[in-house]
Design a protein around this ligand. Structure first.
Ligand code: 13P
Length: 233
């Protein structure tokens, strides 16, 4: 089975730094691991290893400050993150996220749609978490083969705490049951925990933030994912 390892650089790295990183990444033996980095817009580069952190749901037009399909296509980009909690916090509404997802799916992109509960919902327990996650998926075309789901509990993003493996597995199974899709997990993934997370049955990949910024650390994550992919096939 193909394992996906995604790196979300968020608002980190210049174009020069991203280019150097990508040159090293191209040389890494990835085996059956599908690796994608998502650099800031100013550092987009034409490579099958590069995706976009964002995109406006239109080809082009009068949308000041936005980047649309025409601009992403110039770089051959065909993968996009949608629904990341950091963008939801900036005011992207569920309706806007639905528009974005359907626009980019219609235009042939692989869409990595991010969902995840904040701490106050998490503390209310299993049923509240489930209801919250399902509400985030409302109106999203789950039957589309290019739609992938990234489960990123908001309270674990950029933190040292990660959910227990049992929790990731249970929530992963819940999402899988309701969407017929495996999940990517994100939130505190690093070389020390990536193997056990990838070995969970509903998990087909990981979305790595902070730990991807250091190339050598990320290269080690890829090596671990490569051996899991060989065992999981
Ligand atoms: P961290 O790996 O820094 O927790 O970030 C996860 C994330 O938000 C990836 O999209």
């Amino acid at each position: 089975m193909k394992v996906k390892v995604l790196a979300n650089f968020k608002m980190n790295k210049t174009r020069k730094e991203t280019k150097e990183y990508l040159e090293k990444l191209e040389k890494v033996d990835k085996g059956r691991v599908e690796v994608t980095i998502f650099p800031p817009m100013s550092a987009l580069l034409p490579s099958p290893l590069v995706g976009a952190q964002n995109g406006y749901p239109a080809e082009k037009g009068a949308f000041t400050g936005e980047v649309g399909l025409e601009q992403l296509r110039e770089f051959g980009i065909d993968k996009i993150l949608i629904g990341h909690s950091e963008r939801r916090q900036l005011g992207e509404t569920p309706q806007f996220l639905r528009e974005k997802s359907s626009f980019y799916l219609e235009n042939g992109f692989q869409v990595f749609f991010c969902i995840g509960e904040p701490m106050e919902v998490h503390q209310q327990g299993k049923e509240a978490i489930g209801a919250y996650l399902l509400s985030q998926l409302e109106g999203i075309d789950l039957s589309h083969p290019n739609l992938h789901i990234a489960y990123e509990p908001v309270w674990a993003i950029g933190q040292k705490v990660t959910p227990s493996l049992e929790m990731i597995e249970n929530i992963g199974h819940f999402i899988e049951k309701n969407t017929q899709k495996p999940i990517l997990y994100g939130g505190g993934v690093k070389k020390d925990n990536v193997q056990e997370i990838l070995e969970l049955s509903p998990v087909e990949g990981v979305l790595v933030g902070s730990a991807s910024l250091d190339f050598d650390h990320f290269a080690q994550i890829i090596q671990i994912a490569k051996s899991v992919a060989e065992r999981k096939q």
